[in-house]
Design a protein around this ligand. Structure first.
Ligand code: COI
Length: 354
């Protein structure tokens, strides 16, 4: 197993006021870094004080966006740190790295490094309702060249950020969604299913327009016909129709969410019929019109479960259900967060002790 060098800092930071903290704005005392080159593989593992890094102005990531990231969370159970399905995140990291022609990581080494970092930083895990320590692993191409080809050198880093909710202070509220019919997020054969920065860069214009119109998130349609549901903002989408659960099937352009996968497994076990299918927007709209669609919600690591109160489809506004958090979203949220916080039995073996 690799050796991790620990570089201690003299001054520890003040912990933030978690009642007002904005998602992803605060970071812990330390971060993890490792370097890759062909001769040495992944090497020079360090846990060092959180702070700016040196990067050449020609680094491949800055010009051609050769970068991938992950998002997972640590929770505090009886004062000890636990993780939710970290093996799934590191497996997905490697699938993204493969798609972006980048050096893969050793999933066991990456998890070991994360655990070492968390052992040092476990006091940073907030314990209030809906709070956790968000973990951001990422890899970027570090070659110093303007040539357009895969980098030979990479950096792997892990940052830790104490968070509440993505949209609110941690408890579930409802969001307003705008169905995007001009811009697309990803196309067939592209990089939509890779967790790479470019997908998020490509989403910002539509997000900005939607926010200008008073919406929180956009609902993306397929990049070819703009007829089928894909995902919502930085989350996967689910809806409840006649008591059954629907979500778009993975098709190469949708991000395969760990929360999405967990909800499907939980819901099937709880007796729900779950449909993973190619879903026309017109089906969702018809269900909103006739009242058979009673709930719509986004699901992701950062957002957990984000119920949708209102949808704007091509200028037609629909209130979902009674506009409030629905019972299925509530049940899923309570179960998932309960498992994560040690309050609900982990019958699926999703929790990993640090
Ligand atoms: C996550 O849920 O971890 C995400 O990646 C969303 C993030 C871009 C805010």
């Amino acid at each position: 197993m690799m050796e991790i060098k620990f570089i201690e800092r003299k001054d520890l930071k003040e912990k933030p006021d978690m009642s007002t903290v904005k998602f992803g704005s605060q970071f812990t005392d330390y971060m993890l870094t490792a370097s890759y080159d062909e001769a040495n593989g992944w090497h020079d593992w360090r846990i060092e004080p959180y702070g700016p890094i040196q990067i050449a102005p020609t680094a491949v990531v800055l010009h051609y966006a050769q970068t991938v990231f992950e998002g997972l969370k640590a929770y505090s159970v009886d004062g000890e740190a636990v993780l939710f399905r970290p093996d799934q995140n590191f497996a997905r990291l490697n699938r993204s790295l493969e798609r972006m022609s980048m050096a893969k990581i050793d999933e066991v080494e990456a998890l070991t490094a994360l655990k070492e970092l968390l052992k040092i930083e476990k006091d940073w895990i907030p314990t209030g309702e809906g709070q956790s320590l968000y973990i951001r692993p990422f890899v970027f191409g570090d070659d110093h060249t303007l040539g357009v080809h895969p980098s030979d050198t990479y950096k792997f880093m892990i940052l830790l950020s104490p968070v509440g909710g993505l949209f609110s202070a941690g408890t579930m509220g409802t969001t307003k969604i705008y169905v995007e019919d001009k811009f697309v997020r990803a196309v067939r054969g592209g990089v939509g299913e890779a967790k790479t920065g470019g997908n998020y860069a490509a989403s910002m214009k539509a997000q900005e327009v939607a926010e200008g119109l008073g919406y929180d998130q956009v609902l993306w349609l397929d990049g070819v016909e703009q007829k089928y549901l894909e995902e919502v903002g930085a989350m996967n989408i689910f809806f409840v129709k006649d008591g059954e659960l629907y979500t778009p099937e993975l098709n190469g352009s949708i991000l395969p969410g760990v929360t999405r996968m967990s909800i499907i497994e939980f819901a099937k076990d709880a007796g729900y019929k779950v449909h993973e299918a190619r879903i026309p927007l017109t089906d969702l709209e018809a269900g909103l019109k006739d009242g058979s669609v009673t709930e719509v919600f986004g699901a992701g690591t950062a957002a957990v479960v984000a119920p949708v109160g209102e949808l704007n489809i091509h200028g037609n506004k629909y209130v979902v259900g009674d506009g409030n958090v629905g019972p299925v979203a509530q049940e899923i949220y309570t179960t998932l967060t309960g498992i994560q916080n040690g309050k609900v039995e982990d019958k699926f073996n999703w929790i990993v002790k640090v």
